[in-house]
Write a protein that binds this ligand. Structure first.
Ligand code: SAH
Ligand code: DHB
Ligand code: MG
Length: 235
């Protein structure tokens, strides 16, 4: 067995034993693949973790960059409860259509607003219309824009908002700062995001490596702090 096959087999075991994703989320994953969308949604364990984080944070509103077929969206929609909302930004109309059908079939469509267009534009519209603050933000669209999405997320945040960024390791390619790889723009966006998370005094976070059937990757998680260190003497 290759490492990847082992990671996948262990993931399957964890899903069967401890994770037990609900049947509706499995249906959304399967329908997304059947519709021919790329199979790049978060692993079940990560989807469930993000739902738990939203629940632990008492989240009522979630903002997501990158919907695909609505798999991660659905975990958040379940977590925010019947009075909650998920706003998710997607460039591809076809992806939005598949996600809409999946979320409606899961009975969660009412709490999800899908905004179709380039996320830099749709998030600008959210900011200009006075939307937010959101309780949780998940950044998982085109990685080249990750640092820009983080900036926008901060404009839609309050102290205590949780910001999660997906795919921050990319099989180790995050270390390649040569600017020449096949996904150089994505890697540059991921590196800028991680640097910004560490540098910005409004953010306090971590980043973890993961392995799964999708390979070796990782995610970053940060909380928005209410005070800048040194300003109030609180540090
Ligand atoms: N969050 C999803 C996976 C998202 S995959 C899940 O885990 O289930 C990344 C998505 O971002 C794709 O659907 C892709 O079409 C979308 N995307 C790519 N570029 C974008 C852009 N500029 N604006 C908004 N969405 C974009
Ligand atoms: C890929 C994986 C992701 O989780 C994502 O959001 C985008 C792309 C990928 O493996 O290419
Ligand atoms: Mg992702």
């Amino acid at each position: 067995m290759t490492s990847r096959e082992q990671w996948s087999a262990v993931d399957d075991y964890l899903v069967e034993t401890a994770i037990r994703p609900d049947a509706a989320s499995d249906r959304t994953r399967a329908a997304t693949h059947k519709a021919g969308l790329p199979p790049i949604e978060v692993p079940a364990g990560q989807g469930k973790l993000m739902g738990l984080i939203a629940e632990l944070a008492g989240a009522r509103s979630v903002l997501e960059f990158g919907t695909l077929g609505g798999y991660s969206t659905q975990w958040f929609a379940a977590a925010v409860g019947s009075g909650g909302t998920v706003t998710t930004l997607e460039y591809e109309p076809r992806h939005a259509e598949v996600a809409r059908a999946n979320l409606d079939a899961a009975g969660l469509g009412d709490r999800v607003q899908i905004r179709v267009g380039a996320a830099l534009d749709t998030v600008r519209e959210l900011i200009d219309s006075g939307a937010g603050p959101f309780d949780v933000v998940f950044i998982d669209a085109d990685k080249a824009n990750n640092a820009n999405y983080l900036d926008a997320a901060l404009k839609l945040s309050r102290p205590g908002t949780v910001i999660i960024g997906d795919n921050v390791v990319r099989g180790g390619r995050v270390l390649d700062d040569s600017g020449t790889g096949a996904d150089a723009a994505d890697v540059a966006g991921i590196r800028a995001y991680l640097q910004r998370q560490g540098d910005d005094p409004r953010l306090d976070g971590t980043a973890l490596q993961t392995v799964s059937g999708k390979g070796w990757d990782g995610f970053a998680l940060a909380i928005v702090r209410d005070v800048e260190p040194g300003v109030t003497g609180a540090e």
